[in-house]
Design a protein around this ligand. Structure first.
Ligand code: NAD
Ligand code: UGA
Length: 441
C-alpha cells in the first residue's frame, strides 16, 4: 500500500519504517528540514535500538523516503498517518495545533480518496475535529472528495519501539467507516496473526483507550512509589512486596518498579491532559490527580535522601550522577527526573558530574550551560572525588559495576540507588552505604 507518515518523531518514524519493512511504500514528511536532512543521509535523529538498520534497509530497497514537500507527501499516500506532537497547553490539556495543521494540509491538497489516521495521542473528539478541518479545506476548494478519519493510537515504548511496533500486544482501530476499516485490517495484518490482536471499535472509545492505558500504567508506578515511602518507615522491602503481589495474575509484574519517578514525553503529559479533559466535562478524576502529585514528589525523593544524609546545605559537596535519560535505551530527556535532581542538588550548593551512555548530547542541549555541572566521558570518571553516587537511570552498564572501584573512587562509600539496581545486603557486605527506594527491611 502507499502510506504517508506526517511527523517523523518517535512514532511517525517507527511507524513509517516498520510499515515499509512489510512491503508498503512509505513517504515520511516533516516540517523540520534538519530531521529530513539527517534521514536522507542515512542517519536517524534519535537513539532507538534497531531503527537505523530498518530505515537503511528500506531506503535502499526504495520503499522508504523522506521529504519536506507537503504536496508530494499528500499526493503519495492513500493512508495518511498523522503522528505529530500533542504537547501540553498552558493548562495541561493537549495542544492540537499540529494535528489540525496536518489535517488542513491534507484537505487543502488531496486529489483522491484518503484514509486519514490519527496516530498521535489525542483527546476524545479529536477525530471529529480532524474531519471538520479536512472538510473545511475541501469546501474552500469546492471539492466533494471522499475521505475517512480513523483513530489508531500507538502503544510503543521508547527504547523498545521497533519491537513493540513489530509485535504489538494489540492494534486499536477506531473507525465508523467500513472501507477504511478494511484498509487498516489489510495494512496491519502482517503484524497480527489471524487478526487476533486487532481490536476494532468506535472512534471515541479508541481515543479514550490510549489515555486510559497510559493513565493506568502511571497509576501503578505512583502507587508503588507511595508504598515504597511507607515501606521504608515500617521496615519492609518494596522489591519483595513487588514480587509478592506481582505473582497474582490479576496484578501482574509489569510496571510495578518503584523508582525516582516517571518521566518521558507521554505519562506526565497524558495524565495531565486526561485530568484536564475530565475537568472540562465536570468530572473530577481524583485518583489520577493524586498520581501526578505523587510523581512530582517522587522526582524529589533522591534529593530528599541526599539531604537527609548530608544536610540541606550541600556547599562543598560533589555528587556523581549515573544516567540522565528518562529511562534506559533512549536519549530522550523530556521530563526526565534527572533534570529535577541535578538542578536541585546544584541549587542546594553541590557540584555535580554526570555520565549517561547516550543522552549526554541531548542533556547538554536541554540543560545548556549549567553552573557547577560537568559531563564525563566514562561512568568511572564521574565518581572521582564525589561524596556519593546517585543512580538515576538503570542502563545495563550500571547493573554490575566494579563495586570496589566505586568504593575507591568515592570520598565516602555512599550510593543512592534510584532504581533499586543493587541488593542492599550485598552492598553491606561490600562496605557500601546503600540508599534504595523503599528498601526498609
Ligand atoms: P516528536 O516530538 O518526537 O515528533 C513529532 C514530529 O512532528 C516532529 O519531528 C515535528 O517536527 C513534526 N511535525 C509537527 N507538525 C508537523 C506538520 N504539520 N507536518 C509535518 N511534521 C510535523 O513526537 P513523538 O514522540 O513521535 O509523539 C508524537 C505523538 O505520538 C504524540 O501525540 C505522542 O503523545 C504520541 N506517542 C508518543 C510515543 C513515544 O514513545 N514517543 C508513544 C506513543 C504515542
Ligand atoms: C509509555 C508507555 O509505556 C507506552 O505504552 C506508550 O505508548 C508511551 O508511554 C506513550 O504514550 O508515549 P515510554 O514513555 O516510552 O512509554 O516509557 P515507559 O517504559 O513506559 O517508562 C515511562 C517512565 O516510567 C520512565 O521514566 C520509567 O523509568 C518509569 N517507570 C516505568 C517506572 O518508574 N517504573 C516502572 O515499573 C516502569
Amino acid at each position: 500500500m502507499k502510506v504517508t507518515a506526517i511527523g517523523t518523531g518517535y512514532v511517525g518514524l517507527v511507524t513509517g519504517a516498520c510499515l515499509a519493512e512489510m512491503g508498503n511504500h512509505v513517504l515520511c514528511l516533516d516540517v523540520n528540514a534538519e530531521k529530513i536532512r539527517i534521514l536522507n543521509e542515512g542517519e536517524i535523529p534519535i537513539h532507538e535500538p534497531g531503527l537505523q538498520e530498518i530505515v537503511q534497509r528500506n531506503v535502499a530497497a526504495g520503499r522508504l523516503q523522506f521529504t519536506t514537500d507537503i504536496d508530494r507527501a499528500v499526493n503519495h499516500g492513500t493512508i495518511m498517518f498523522i503522528g505529530v506532537g500533542t504537547p501540553p497547553d498552558e493548562d495541561g490539556s493537549a495542544d492540537l495545533q499540529y494535528v489540525l495543521a496536518a489535517a488542513r494540509s491534507i484537505g487543502a491538497r488531496m486529489t483522491d480518496y484518503k484514509v486519514i489516521v490519527d496516530k498521535s495521542t489525542v483527546p476524545v473528539g479529536t477525530a471529529d475535529k480532524v474531519r471538520a478541518a479536512v472538510a473545511d479545506e475541501l469546501t474552500k476548494r469546492g471539492s466533494t472528495l471522499a475521505f475517512a478519519v480513523v483513530s489508531n493510537p500507538e502503544f510503543l515504548k521508547e527504547g523498545a519501539a521497533v519491537e513493540d511496533f513489530m509485535k504489538p500486544d494489540r492494534i486499536i482501530i477506531g473507525s465508523d467507516d467500513e472501507q477504511a476499516t478494511l484498509f487498516m485490517r489489510a495494512l496491519y495484518s502482517p503484524f497480527t496473526r489471524n487478526n487476533d490482536r486487532m481490536v476494532v471499535m468506535d472512534l471515541r472509545s479508541a481515543e479514550f483507550t490510549k489515555y486510559a492505558a497510559n493513565a493506568m500504567l502511571a497509576t501503578r508506578i505512583s502507587f508503588m512509589n507511595e508504598l515504597a515511602l511507607l515501606a521504608e518507615k515500617v521496615g519492609a522491602d518494596i522489591e519483595l512486596v513487588r514480587r509478592g503481589i506481582g505473582s497474582d495474575p490479576r496484578i501482574g509484574y509489569s510496571f510495578l518498579y518503584a523508582g525516582a519517578g516517571y518521566g518521558g514525553s507521554c505519562f506526565p503529559k497524558d495524565v495531565k491532559a486526561l485530568v484536564q479533559a475530565a475537568q472540562a466535562e465536570g468530572v473530577s478524576l481524583r485518583v489520577l490527580a493524586a498520581v501526578e502529585q505523587a510523581n512530582e514528589r517522587q522526582k524529589m525523593v533522591l534529593v530528599d535522601k541526599v539531604v537527609a544524609r548530608f544536610g540541606a546545605d550541600l556547599s562543598g559537596r560533589h555528587f556523581a550522577i549515573w544516567g540522565l535519560a528518562f529511562k534506559p535505551n533512549t536519549d530522550d530527556m523530556r521530563e526526565a527526573p534527572a533534570l529535577v535532581i541535578v538542578q536541585e542538588l546544584i541549587r542546594l550548593g553541590a557540584t555535580v558530574a554526570a555520565y549517561d551512555p547516550v543522552a549526554m548530547p541531548e542533556a547538554k542541549r536541554v540543560l545548556g550551560d549549567l553552573r557547577s555541572f560537568s559531563f564525563c566521558e566514562r561512568a568511572e570518571q564521574a565518581l572521582e572525588g564525589a561524596d556519593a553516587l546517585v543512580l538515576v537511570t538503570e542502563w545495563k552498564e550500571f547493573k554490575s559495576p566494579d563495586f570496589d572501584a566505586i568504593k575507591a573512587a568515592l570520598k565516602q562509600p555512599v550510593v543512592f540507588d534510584g532504581r533499586n539496581q543493587y541488593e542492599p545486603s550485598l552492598m553491606k557486605v561490600l562496605g557500601l552505604e546503600h540508599h534504595g527506594i523503599g528498601r526498609g527491611s
